[in-house]
Design a protein around this ligand. Structure first.
Ligand SMILES: NC(=O)c1ccc[n+]([C@@H]2O[C@H](COP(=O)([O-])OP(=O)(O)OC[C@H]3O[C@@H](n4cnc5c(N)ncnc54)[C@H](O)[C@@H]3O)[C@@H](O)[C@H]2O)c1
Length: 332
């Protein structure tokens, strides 16, 4: 039977697998290096006389020590790459940071929190042992444009590169339009729009500086596309619409230089931000769940794949786009 997996395997591996059916029990597959796909002669191993050769397990080639599968989905590999994630101290930003780190990247989480959520330390520990990537924390307020520029310059110069940014820092503000004060409005726009603008331009400056391509993902929201029921946040919604438009505009300016810019519009996710809404408007959780085609809210981990796709070469032809991942909330 030819499965979808076997169809996607490189020819060398496929032919090794099919010829192995008639091969003697001790035969080894050629070693395939992760990076070069070079072949090396397999170490010879005599047949084990104590094995029951009538049993299928005994007849199977022993591939465990000598065989390494080809580098699957190489375009998702982030080894040696360097990324910044604003709002990476907790919630969605931290879940995305962990995903990039698992793919081998060095990830700098920037946040205004004095120290990141305990999950950050658990992820950091986990990473270095298992995946080779790493997590780092830097405290900053993204409204401080010169400080943002300096920090991006420092990170890029320490590593000789900057491959991408996820701009996830943001705040929500639940209040009717008539009750918003000018201070409320300025604070929301200053973080959700200006801060994202400062971060994106600071990242692109370093990509130009090091003459490299890169990928930038701006975290908007489905609230930038709809006025969602159960959440009275007129300025937050507008700030997210502005972020979607910013991504398109920056994509147009920087595309010819190999810098891609996209936005992500998540539906409702259970994070500290959403918990704050539930505290203020307890009925909103039930409304959000009933408005969702899956009948539930998302977890931050459900956006790991989107982060990896957007920041890696897997999305090399995607720019100026809006990724809408909302459990069908806006589809009916
Ligand atoms: N939770 C949701 O349902 C949801 C849905 C759609 C979009 N989003 C967006 O996802 C992003 C992440 O949100 P989250 O749900 O993880 O919320 P969160 O509150 O858990 O995380 C946001 C992080 O941004 C940081 N931050 C806020 N202002 C900052 C500033 N001035 N400088 C530096 N850091 C700052 C916070 O300290 C926090 O760690 C936000 O942009 C949010 O608007 C969230």
């Amino acid at each position: 039977m030819r499965t979808a997996l076997s169809r996607s395997l490189p020819t060398l591996w496929r032919s090794s697998l099919s010829s192995a059916r008639s091969a003697p029990a001790w035969i080894h597959f050629p070693y395939i290096s992760k990076h070069s796909h070079a072949t090396a002669p397999p170490p010879s191993k005599p047949p084990n006389p104590h094995q029951d050769t009538n049993h299928i397990q005994a007849r199977r080639p022993d591939i465990s020590e000598t065989y390494q599968p080809p580098h699957r989905f190489r375009e998702f590999d982030l080894e040696d790459r360097v990324y910044v994630i604003t709002g990476g101290g907790r919630g969605l930003g931290l879940a995305m940071a962990e995903a990039l780190m698992e793919a081998g990247a060095k990830v700098y989480c920037l946040d205004r929190l004095e120290s990141p959520h305990p999950d950050f330390h658990a992820a950091k520990e986990h990473a270095q042992h298992k995946y080779g990537g790493s997590l780092h924390y830097r405290r900053i307020d993204i409204r401080d444009s010169p400080a943002v520029n300096n920090l991006f310059t420092k990170i890029a110069s320490e590593n000789g590169r900057l491959d991408g940014l996820i701009a996830a820092a943001g705040i929500n503000h639940i209040q009717s339009a008539l009750e918003h004060t000018p201070e409320n409005l300025h604070e929301i726009m200053d973080i959700n729009y200006n801060g994202v603008f400062y971060s994106a331009t600071a990242a692109a400056r370093q990509m130009f500086n090091y003459n490299q391509k890169g990928s930038i993902l701006l975290i908007a929201s489905m609230s930038g596309l709809i006025a969602n029921k159960g959440m009275t946040s007129p300025v937050y919604n507008s700030s997210k619409a502005a972020v979607i438009q910013l991504a398109r505009s920056l994509a147009m300016e920087w595309g010819r230089y190999g810098i891609r810019v996209n936005s992500l519009c998540p539906g409702h996710i259970v994070t500290p931000m959403a918990e704050q809404v539930f505290q203020k408007e307890p009925a909103s959780r039930a409304v959000w769940e009933s408005e969702n085609m899956l009948g539930r809210l998302a977890t931050p981990e459900e956006f790991r794949g989107a982060a990896l796709f957007a920041l890696s070469d897997a999305s090399s032809f995607m720019t100026g786009s809006t990724m809408l991942i909302d459990g069908g909330h806006t589809a009916w």
